[in-house]
Design a protein around this ligand. Structure first.
Ligand code: MLT
Length: 256
């Protein structure tokens, strides 16, 4: 598993979105490392340098791989932040190892399972990228939703970077992850049971996990703060890395 491990201090694991890889977190990771946090940023299974698992697609397998990488480094307790799919993996980790998790940050993600039509749509995409042997079809369908209206209007370089990351994703990994996300359970009960400190953070132009969804997640978690970032969409860590780093640093500094 490719893994960036920077800084010294309490460990914060950053988990990336679909269909990207650890690179989307690097500007945030560098800022956090400068603020006394040890930041570990893995590629999730099937993305970046991490091979596609042989197992049945499941976010639990992604969570297992993260835990193996942390075990290899002797990390027992950690805080974890996940953006979108990364947030689903945070919820899988909460089910697997609640006692090891000091705090969670859920970034532009949601706690609900997919409705049937969304699940069907994922399976169509899963088949298409493998048939095409390419993720090119995802660029046109995903980029306008991943990025907020402000970024789309004003920052073509960000748009081009995200498009390139999507093109570089392995179709087999994308297909496996779509099936894993389609199979994910509702996580509201797991979040309601979490007693550590939590941050719910999102762009206020996020059309994939909109602000109302963030508010309901923040109400579900007993010790959650909610931060909505103006001018950012679903990929807040890419669109507004300074603001995301600041919010995460503030949250991380207050973890008991
Ligand atoms: C992501 O950004 O990781 C995706 O929007 C997750 C999803 O497809 O549900």
């Amino acid at each position: 598993m490719t893994m960036t491990d920077v800084g010294e201090g309490p460990v914060l694991v950053l988990l990336h979105a679909f269909p990207l890889d650890h690179r989307m977190w690097l500007p945030v990771a560098e800022q956090l490392a400068d603020r006394g946090v040890r930041v570990i940023v893995p590629d999730l299974a099937g993305f970046g340098g991490a091979p596609v698992p042989d197992q049945e697609p499941s976010l639990d397998v992604m969570a297992d791989r993260v835990l193996t990488a942390l075990d290899d480094r002797g990390v027992t307790q950690f805080a974890v932040a996940g953006l979108s799919m990364g947030g689903y993996v945070v919820m899988a980790l909460l089910r697997q190892v609640p006692d090891r998790i000091r705090a969670i940050a859920l970034v532009d993600t949601k706690m609900s399972a997919d409705p049937p039509e969304a699940r069907t749509g994922r399976l169509v995409v899963a088949d298409r990228v493998v048939a095409d042997q390419s993720t090119e079809s995802l660029v046109a369908t995903m980029v306008p939703n991943l990025l907020g209206a402000t970024t789309l209007a004003q920052r073509p370089v960000v748009e081009a970077t995200v498009a390139q990351w999507i093109r570089e994703a392995d179709p087999a990994g994308v297909s496996w992850a779509q099936r894993a996300m389609a199979a994910r359970p509702d996580s509201a009960a797991d979040l309601a049971a979490f007693r550590g400190s939590a941050l719910v953070l999102a762009g206020n132009e996020d059309v994939i996990s909109p602000p109302a969804e963030q508010q309901s997640m923040a109400h579900t978690i007993p010790n959650a703060a909610l931060v909505l970032l103006p001018g950012s969409g679903h990929l807040s860590a890419v669109e507004a890395p300074d603001a995301v780093a600041q919010a995460l640093a503030h949250w991380a500094a207050a973890i008991p």
